[in-house]
Design a protein around this ligand. Structure first.
Ligand code: BV8
Length: 239
């Protein structure tokens, strides 16, 4: 299907980073196999056992220095390059879309490379070796340095940039989901909003996700293999 000249929104999930070696959440070797969400990805967990939460995220932050973008990331960067109106929204907290060449990325669940001051709420990139230790770190913004937390949207917290996201999703003509199980809300509902507003909905995923019936077009397989081929087709005028 030809996409030039159309308003396109892409939503990605952990599946687009899987081929870079970053564990997804719900596949059989997924992150939530070893940790329960309640123990490491909720504000309550941070209150109850900040050390365990901090070490969980520091390990994933350190991993950012060991992984590279894969063809799924570079294909989506090529799609952004080839289209006049593309909004890339990601549930992922890694920086592989940016490192794969995407220039505008909306991180609705936060980012691993930034840390957030618990006092001022300000966040900044903190990825030097001294920032990747298992001891707690403090902010650089307060007179009395305060503890920083992962700049991540935990379960029960409001996802980020939702106004911008709803505006883009309601106005788009094509809505593409790549690498997501459709488990987590409100992200999993975005396809229904797009569909209700007349967009064509496209899925690129290794297996049928929870919200499978919401898609007009389904491509099952690896994002790193399917997206380079699909993006060529979506950008070629004779498609
Ligand atoms: C909120 C940061 C309210 C953490 C994450 C109904 C409505 C609203 C909320 C809820 C609701 N029902 C339940 C809720 C609560 C909750 C929720 O959705 N729970 C789920 C478990 C049922 N939602 C929330 O709490 C959200 N907040 O609702 O706030 C509110 C309102 C007002 C005011 C205050 C609060 C916040 C959710 C955000 C949580 N944080 N991430 C971290 O990363 O450490 S979510 C986490 O899951 C990641 O961001 C991840 O990206 C995301 C979604 O998972 P996926 O990306 O889909 O990954 P998954 O492993 O599940 O699937 C991978 C897929 O890829 C699979 O399908 C697989 O087949 C495929 N795949 C694998 N390899 C490949 C592949 N595909 C292609 N190629 C491959 N190679």
């Amino acid at each position: 299907m030809f996409m030039k000249g159309k308003r396109v929104v892409v939503l990605t999930g952990a599946g687009v980073s899987a081929e870079s070696g970053i564990r997804t959440f719900r596949d059989n070797d997924g992150l939530w196999e070893d940790y329960s969400i309640e123990d490491v990805a909720t504000p309550q967990a941070w209150q109850a056992n900040p050390g365990r939460v901090w070490e969980f995220y520091q390990a994933r932050r350190r991993q950012l220095h060991e992984v590279e973008p894969n063809p799924a990331h570079t294909a989506l960067a090529a799609l952004e390059e080839g289209l006049d109106d593309l909004t890339l929204i990601t549930q992922n907290v890694d920086n592989l879309h940016e490192r794969g060449g995407s220039r505008q990325v909306v991180h609705m669940h936060g980012q691993l490379e930034t840390l957030r001051c618990e006092n001022s709420g300000r966040h900044e990139v903190r990825m030097n070796d001294a920032d990747l230790i298992d001891e707690f770190l403090v902010c650089t913004c307060c007179a009395e340095p305060q503890r920083v937390r992962p700049d991540i949207v935990w379960f029960g917290e409001m996802p980020m940039h939702m106004e911008e996201i709803y505006t883009a999703v309601e106005a788009c003509e094509v809505f593409i989901v790549a690498g997501s199980s459709g488990h987590v809300y409100p992200a999993a509902n975005l396809v229904n909003i797009a569909h209700a507003n007349g967009a064509r909905t496209v899925l690129v995923n290794a297996e049928p996700p929870q919200n499978f019936e919401s898609f007009d077009e389904v491509h099952l397989g690896k994002a790193g293999e399917l997206l380079p081929v699909l993006v060529k087709e979506w950008l070629s005028s004779d498609a």
